[in-house]
Structures are given as C-alpha cells and as structure tokens.
Design a binder for this molecule. Structure first.
Ligand code: NAD
Length: 354
C-alpha cells in the first residue's frame, strides 16, 4: 500500500500525525504499508510558491491513495486566487479525476448528546452522501465578472453536467446502496433547472441496472428541510457538486461534531483521496486540542475503498468506538462526566485500542 500523506495547514499536521500513528501500528503488525509526506495548500505555497507543487502532484499520482489533512489560513487569504490554498485541493481532485465524494454521517451512540438535534431524531443515524466533485457550477464555463450594458457589475457562473458525469457518480451511489439498505435518494432541483432535469433522467436510466435499489427523488430545498426534520429516512443520497457541498455540511452537524466525520473522494478505479470533512481550524491550530478522529476514520475508509481491506477498516472503526466508550473526548465533543484528551492522547488511545 503506497500512500501519499499531505498534512496541509493549520491543524492538518497535528491530526495527520495521529492517522500516521495508526498506519505505523498496522505496518508493525506486518502489513505492507509505505507512506511519504509532501506539502499542499499554504504549506505548498510556502515551500514552492504553488498550493499544489509539481512534486506533490507527482507523489499523489504514483501513490495508491492520498491522505490529506486540511488546507487554508488567514495569512494566505490576500493571495491571488490561483495561489490560494483551496486551489491546491480543487486542482488535486481534478488532476486525479476524483469525481465521487463519499461523506458518511454516522452518529456514535456515545455522542448522541453532542448533536444540536433531539437525541431521538438522530440516535442511530447512518447516512451516506455521495456528492459529485469535479463538475457543476464550480467548474462550468463561462464564468467571471463583467460590466453589463447598463454599466452594472455582474457575476456569472454556469451550472452544467454532461450525461457521463452524472452516470458515473450515479453508479457509485447505486453500488454503495447495494452494500447498505438498498435505498437511494437523488437530490436536485428539476422543477427549475435543466441541468437537474437531465440529472434525474440519467439517474432513472442508471437505476435499470439496479432493480433491487429503491430509488426516490427529492428537490434540494425539501432535502435540506427533511435532513433536520427526519434524517433517519435516508440511506444513501446522491447529488451534484454544489447541492452536495451544502447538504453534506448540514448532515455533518446532525452528528454533533465536524471533528468526527471522514470522507473519501474516488476515481473510476480504486484510487482515492481521504480527508476529514473539516477545514484547517486556524482558531485551534498548534494547541494540541483538535479532534483527530475524522482523520483516523478516513484511514478506515481508505482501507475499505482503495485497499479492499474491510476487516482492517472495521478494526479501526471499532477502536474509535472503544475509545469513545472509555469516556475519552477531545474539547469539541467534551461533556461533563467524560475525560478530556489532547489530540496526541486521542491518537495514542486509538492505537492502543487497535
Ligand atoms: P473549519 O472546519 O476549519 O472550522 C470550523 C470550526 O470547527 C472551527 O471553530 C474549528 O475550530 C472547528 N473544528 C474544525 N475541525 C475541528 C477538529 N478536528 N477538532 C475540533 N474542532 C474543529 O472551517 P472554517 O473555519 O470555515 O475554515 C478555516 C480554514 O479552512 C479556511 O481557510 C478554509 O478555507 C479552510 N477549509 C479547508 C477545507 C479543506 O481543507 N478540505 C474545508 C473547509 C475549509
């Protein structure tokens, strides 16, 4: 297993160090794992004047999987857009063809009180959101800023999806649904947008190959509402880039902490980029208080989706559950009666449980 490790900025290096402890523990058991680190985001800009240095992309291309921390920091906010840390992330996703973003929203029983929703609404929650990642309004051309005939400034973007882009992400979602409760909800805005009209048609066509999966459709505004009203009605959700961006952040809050949720971004083979869903959290960077569990759980997703090591993935997830059951909590999920742990202590505890 060849892994490119890209810690990035802010809390990135602290949380990735804990995930590396898990890799080291697996290697010590005799699993054949190699990893190499490279800078990305602000760290890439500092090292090579580019948020995605050539050497970093080359390493990521050679690797089977990429483990990423997070990018971004206020010191980079004034840079021209191409040099900003977030561009590093957008470019590596595009360059590696990572079109399917898997974001589970899973509530651990021990953390039911950490959600802002009533425990009975979220207890047992287990949703998988599949978000298309390389198309839609974030990449569509034309885009830009201009002055119109009336002398007013205008901003414009293009929402666009081609049939194959929809079909391949729909397939990923149907395949995942087959391994779960076999229910898939496709989310769009077909009542208003032509892009969504095509989305719905192609998803329905794809469904013919998956007769066992119960397919439903929902408008994105309703989906946003249903996610807080009755989130347990969902099993797998598939949606486009911008809708998925918003809905998956909303879903993350159902579980209480952004510090708990991993993600995977997959290409059409086995390659994937694995990262926590949160950002670089500059407000707590360097304090050894960030929650490393989302990053560690990303290693579990890597074992499952790139290396097909279901048992290793399950073991990592069980180790995380055990540590939570022991009452260990980082500051973001701390409640009275539990024991507060630093980033490093949490990583050590997971390795011990593993
Ligand atoms: P953020 O996710 O970094 O932080 C939001 C809040 O959640 C903060 O209060 C932070 O302290 C907390 N938080 C996040 N991760 C945590 C963890 N593991 N443990 C404990 N608390 C945690 O979002 P933001 O503040 O909007 O953005 C900060 C920077 O991160 C920006 O530069 C932004 O562009 C970047 N960003 C990067 C990514 C990414 O790398 N994938 C994603 C989102 C934002």
């Amino acid at each position: 297993m060849k892994i490119a490790v890209l810690p990035g900025d802010g809390i990135g290096p602290e949380i990735v160090a804990q995930a590396v402890k898990v890799l080291r523990a697996l290697a010590a058991e005799g699993q054949s794992i190699e990893w190499e680190e490279a800078p990305i985001g602000g760290a890439g800009y500092d090292a090579a004047g580019d948020p995605l240095p050539e050497a970093t992309l080359a390493l990521a291309r050679q690797a089977d999987a990429v483990m990423l921390g997070a990018v971004g920091g206020v010191q980079y906010d004034a840079l021209p857009r191409p040099q900003r840390p977030e561009q590093g992330l957008l470019r590596i996703r595009k360059a590696l063809g990572l079109f399917a973003n898997l974001r589970p929203a899973l509530l651990y029983a021990e953390l039911a009180d950490a959600s802002t929703l009533k425990p009975e609404v979220v207890a047992g929650l287990d949703i998988m959101i599949v978000r298309e990642l390389t198309g839609d309004i974030y990449f569509g051309q034309p885009r830009g800023l201009r002055t119109n005939d009336r002398g007013e400034r205008e901003g414009f973007n293009t929402m666009i999806y081609a049939e194959p882009e929809i079909r391949r992400v729909a397939r990923v979602a149907f395949d995942i649904a087959m391994k779960r409760d076999k229910r898939l909800c496709s989310v769009e805005k077909a009542n208003v947008l032509e892009t969504s009209e095509l989305w719905r048609e192609v998803v329905i066509e794809t469904a013919r190959d998956y007769p066992q999966v119960a397919l439903s459709h929902m408008y994105v505004d309703n989906a946003a509402m249903q996610l807080v009203r009755d989130p347990k009605q969902f099993d797998v959700i598939v949606t486009g880039n911008i809708f998925g961006d918003i809905l998956s952040d909303e879903a993350s809050m159902l579980t209480g902490s952004i510090g708990m949720l991993p993600s995977a971004s997959l290409d059409d083979g086995d390659k994937g980029l694995y990262e926590p869903i949160h950002g670089s959290a500059p407000d707590i960077a360097g304090k050894n208080i960030a929650n490393p569990l989302a990053t560690i759980l990303s290693v579990a997703m890597m074992m499952r989706h790139t290396f097909n090591q279901e048992e290793t993935a399950n073991r990592i997830e069980r180790a995380v559950k055990k540590v939570l059951a022991q009452g260990l909590r980082t500051a973001d999920i701390y409640v009275a009666g539990t024991r507060q742990a630093s980033t490093g202590e949490m990583g050590d505890a997971v390795v011990a449980a593993l």
